[in-house]
Design a binder for this molecule. Structure first.
Ligand SMILES: Nc1nc2c(ncn2[C@@H]2O[C@H](COP(=O)(O)OP(=O)(O)OP(=O)(O)O)[C@@H](O)[C@H]2O)c(=O)[nH]1
Ligand SMILES: [Mg+2]
Length: 328
C-alpha cells in the first residue's frame, strides 16, 4: 500500500513538472519568428560596422556604412544626414578612437531621439479606456486590433470592439473573425451605415457594461483622402460628445514597408487628430521600419507596439533598446 502512495506521489510530481515545462516553453515561443528576423538584421549590420574599425580611414568608411544602413532602413535622407552630422562632430570633438566608444555614441544618439518621444503608455492601467485606431488602407489596423484585444485580454482586461469601418465591403466580418479569435465581442451595424452611429452605439454599450477597453476600427480608404479625414473627424467628434473627452489613446498604425511615405502619413494624421502613439506593423518581413525614427524625432510620437506577424499573439511591446539593437 505504501508503495502505491509513493508511486502516485512521484507521478503527480512528474505531471506538475511537465505542465510547468510546457507553459514556459509556450511563453518563450511567442514572437519567435520576429525575434529571429530582428537578430538576423542586427548581425548583418553589426558585422558591417565592426569590420570598419580594422581599416585605416575608418572614420570615412564608418559614415558611409551608417549612411547606407539608415537609408536602407527607410530612416530617410534628411534624418540620416542630421544623425551623421552629429555623430561625425562628436567623434571629432571627443577624439574618439575606440570601436566601443563610437558604437556607444551612435546608440546613445538614437536613444536620445527615441527618449524625446517617450511617454509612459498606460494601456493596461486602471480605468475604462477608448482606443481609436487610425491609418491608411491596408496598413494592418484590423489585424492589429485583433492582436491588441488579445494582448489586453491576456492582461486581464475586458475588451469590446467597434466596427466603424463601414465603407470597405466585409470590413465588419473581418473584425468579427478577429473578435472570435481574441474571444471578445464586436459591435457593428449593416455595411454602409454611418460610422458615427456605430461609434455612438459602441460607446453607450461600453459605458454601461462591464468593459475596460473599447477599441474602434476605422476605414483606411474612402472616395478620396479629404473624405476620409472628414469622416474620421466626425467619428472623433462623436467620441468627444459621447465620452466627454478625447479618446484615451489615438493610435496610428504604420506599415514598416511604407518607407519615407510613413512620415507624410504621420504628419497628416497628427495634424488632424491628437495621435498619442504608433503601432509599427509588419516588422516580421524584410522591412526595417526606420521611418519611425524620423517620426519620433520630428513629431515626438512614441511607438508603443510592433506587429511581428499575422498570429493573434504576434504583437509585442516596443522597447527603444531592442529597436536600436536591430540597427547597431
Ligand atoms: N506579416 C504581417 N502581415 C500583417 C501584419 N499586420 C497585418 N498584416 C496583413 O496586412 C494585410 C492588411 O491588414 P488589415 O488588418 O486588413 O489592414 P487594414 O489597415 O485594416 O486595411 P483596411 O481596412 O483596408 O484599411 C492583411 O493581409 C494582414 O494579414 C503583421 O504584423 N505582419
Ligand atoms: Mg481594416
Amino acid at each position: 500500500m505504501n508503495y502505491f502512495y509513493i508511486l502516485a506521489g512521484c507521478l503527480a510530481v512528474v505531471v506538475v513538472f511537465l505542465f510547468i515545462l510546457n507553459r514556459s516553453r509556450k511563453k518563450s515561443q511567442i514572437y519567435t519568428s520576429g525575434d529571429v528576423k530582428l537578430q538576423r538584421i542586427t548581425d548583418s549590420f553589426k558585422n558591417k560596422i565592426i569590420s570598419v574599425f580594422s581599416k585605416g580611414n575608418w572614420r570615412e568608411i564608418l559614415i558611409e556604412e551608417l549612411r547606407s544602413i539608415f537609408l536602407e532602413s527607410d530612416a530617410g535622407p534628411a534624418f540620416t544626414e542630421r544623425l551623421l552630422e552629429t555623430i561625425q562632430k562628436e567623434i571629432h570633438d571627443k577624439k574618439l578612437e575606440e570601436k566601443d566608444q563610437v558604437i556607444a555614441l551612435i546608440r546613445s544618439r538614437l536613444l536620445e531621439i527615441m527618449k524625446g518621444a517617450e511617454r509612459k503608455s498606460d494601456f493596461i492601467g486602471q480605468g475604462k479606456k477608448i482606443i481609436l485606431v487610425l491609418g491608411v488602407n491596408g496598413v494592418g489596423k484590423t489585424t492589429t486590433i485583433g492582436k491588441l484585444a488579445y494582448y489586453l485580454k491576456e492582461n486581464g482586461k475586458r475588451v469590446l470592439l467597434s466596427a466603424a469601418d463601414t465603407y470597405r465591403a466585409a470590413a465588419d466580418e473581418q473584425l468579427k473573425v478577429w473578435g472570435e479569435r481574441a474571444g471578445v465581442k464586436v459591435i457593428s451595424q449593416t455595411p454602409g451605415a454611418d460610422p458615427g452611429a456605430v461609434v455612438y452605439d459602441s460607446i453607450e454599450s461600453f459605458k454601461i457594461k462591464d468593459y475596460d477597453h473599447l477599441i474602434i476600427d476605422t476605414a483606411g480608404r474612402l472616395h478620396n483622402k479629404d473624405n476620409l479625414i472628414r469622416q474620421l473627424e466626425k467619428v472623433y467628434r462623436v467620441i468627444n460628445k459621447t465620452w466627454a473627452r478625447d479618446p484615451d489613446e489615438t493610435i496610428l498604425v504604420i506599415d514598416a514597408n511604407t518607407g519615407q511615405n510613413a512620415l507624410q502619413q504621420a504628419e497628416i494624421f497628427y495634424k488632424n487628430f491628437r495621435v498619442t502613439g504608433i503601432i509599427l506593423s509588419k516588422l516580421d518581413g524584410t522591412a526595417k521600419g526606420g521611418a519611425v525614427l524620423s517620426i519620433m524625432e520630428s513629431l515626438k510620437i512614441p511607438v508603443v507596439f510592433v506587429g511581428l506577424g499575422e498570429k493573434i499573439d504576434s504583437l509585442k511591446e516596443f522597447h527603444p533598446d531592442e529597436f536600436i539593437n536591430s540597427f547597431i
